[in-house]
Design a protein around this ligand. Structure first.
Ligand SMILES: Nc1ncnc2c1ncn2[C@@H]1O[C@H](COP(=O)(O)OP(=O)(O)OP(=O)(O)O)[C@@H](O)[C@H]1O
Ligand SMILES: [Mg+2]
Length: 259
């Protein structure tokens, strides 16, 4: 990789008490790339995403996003590097550059679609409401929902709610989007519309890390597919390499079941 990676994860460990959930993760994602993350339940996929956007504090290692060291400030003192934890406000500023979409849409039930999308720009970026509304409408259009702007979440299908959640994340103009099983909670007939929006987002050049079991999406959209097990990266290659021709026994077993 000649250019600076958008995401650069180096030797990351995460413990929950005695539980060693991430056991030395190295992973790079170039600008504009789509990285699909797969692996069995409990392998640490969600934890890794949460460490990238600092919802979890890593136990060791470094995470850089667009060259920025996440959560820490490095100061060289007497030729030795010392790390300081950033202030909460600094961490919030870093996090605001990363969009995250979860399995559950987590929309505010008392706000309409457009109000959900406006919320963070108004609250966090102090964007004037008329400007925020206009921008939110643009984002809703992008996910094909401009005609549902004034609907409340309860009046939207699961697929529509998830598309609003994507528009809400895009409203903060993130440089990186993280998706944690964005279609797992959806009825099968609604999966396609959400994957379609993600496919377009990828085509627009967004850098994305996507945890998903959707093999079709991975084969079509992913620049590389990472297989994790037991808190380590077992394989990192093209979909053809990682999914279709796995070599590691645990990957062979996993994809044997998934396919
Ligand atoms: N806050 C927490 N406190 C303690 N243990 C946790 C916490 N979060 C996750 N774990 C544990 O860390 C391990 C990895 O969990 P994680 O949610 O990252 O897995 P995953 O690969 O996303 O699994 P799934 O496919 O089921 O979503 C699991 O053993 C889980 O129980
Ligand atoms: Mg998970």
């Amino acid at each position: 990789m000649t250019q600076q990676p958008m995401v650069d994860i180096r030797g990351v460990h995460k413990f929950f008490g005695d539980l060693h959930v991430l056991a030395g993760i190295d992973l790079q994602v170039a600008p504009g790339e789509v990285c699909v993350l797969m692996g069995p339940s409990g392998s640490g996929k969600s934890t890794l995403l949460r460490c990238i956007n600092e919802m979890e504090q890593i136990s060791a290692g470094r995470v850089y996003v667009d060259g920025m060291l996440m959560g820490l400030r490095e100061v060289v003192k007497d030729g030795r590097s010392v790390l300081y934890r950033l202030k909460d406000s600094e961490i919030a500023a870093q996090r605001s550059r990363i969009g995250m979409v979860f399995q559950r849409f987590n929309l505010f039930p008392h706000l309409t679609a457009v109000e959900n999308v406006m919320e963070a720009p108004v609250q966090v970026k102090k964007m004037p409401k008329p400007q925020a509304r206009e921008m939110a409408m643009t984002q809703l259009e992008r996910v094909g929902l401009s005609d549902r702007a004034d609907h409340y979440p309860a009046q939207l299908s699961g697929g529509q709610q998830q598309r609003v959640a994507i528009a809400r994340a895009l409203a903060m103009t993130p440089e990186l989007m993280l998706f944690d099983e964005p279609t797992s909670a959806l009825d099968p007939e609604l999966v396609g519309e959400v994957l379609g929006v993600m496919r377009e987002l990828a085509a627009s050049g967004m850098t994305m890390i996507v945890v998903t079991h959707e093999v079709g999406f991975a084969k079509e959209v992913a620049d590389h597919v990472v297989f994790m097990d037991g808190g380590v990266v077992i394989a990192d290659g093209s979909a053809a390499e990682t999914i279709e021709n796995p070599t590691h026994p645990r990957a062979v077993e996993f994809f044997g079941k998934v396919l």
